[in-house]
Design a protein around this ligand. Structure first.
Ligand SMILES: C[C@H](O)[C@H](O)[C@H]1CNC2=NC(N)=NC(=O)C2=N1
Length: 88
């Protein structure tokens, strides 16, 4: 297995699930991030989020309370974030 393993359409690297999304424009990127923020608050599980190049959103998921490891909650959240994107 190579260092960067594909899990669904997320990459697993350095004990994090990572995915980059390209939105239509800056406003949509902000809206997407706000929806992910609502989910994070609901689940009390908070991803690292990087908005850059005006419409690109990079998301990284890991569980700090488990020593920064990818857990079932990260897997679950990755699916839910994909669903948020799908519904936009
Ligand atoms: C008390 C609170 O629920 C915890 O500290 C939560 C907050 N958000 C979190 N987010 C992430 N990504 N990992 C955690 O372990 C975590 N723990």
């Amino acid at each position: 297995m190579n260092q960067k393993t594909k899990i669904m359409n997320w990459s697993k690297k350095n004990n994090q699930l990572e995915k980059s999304y390209v939105m239509d424009d800056f406003k949509q990127a902000i809206q997407f991030v706000n929806k992910v923020a609502d989910l994070a608050e609901q689940k009390e599980h908070h991803p690292s989020i990087h908005i850059h190049s005006y419409k690109n959103v990079d998301i990284r998921l890991t569980t700090h309370d488990q020593g920064n490891k990818v857990t079932e909650i990260d897997q679950e959240m990755s699916r839910e974030i994909d669903e948020i994107k799908k519904q936009m």
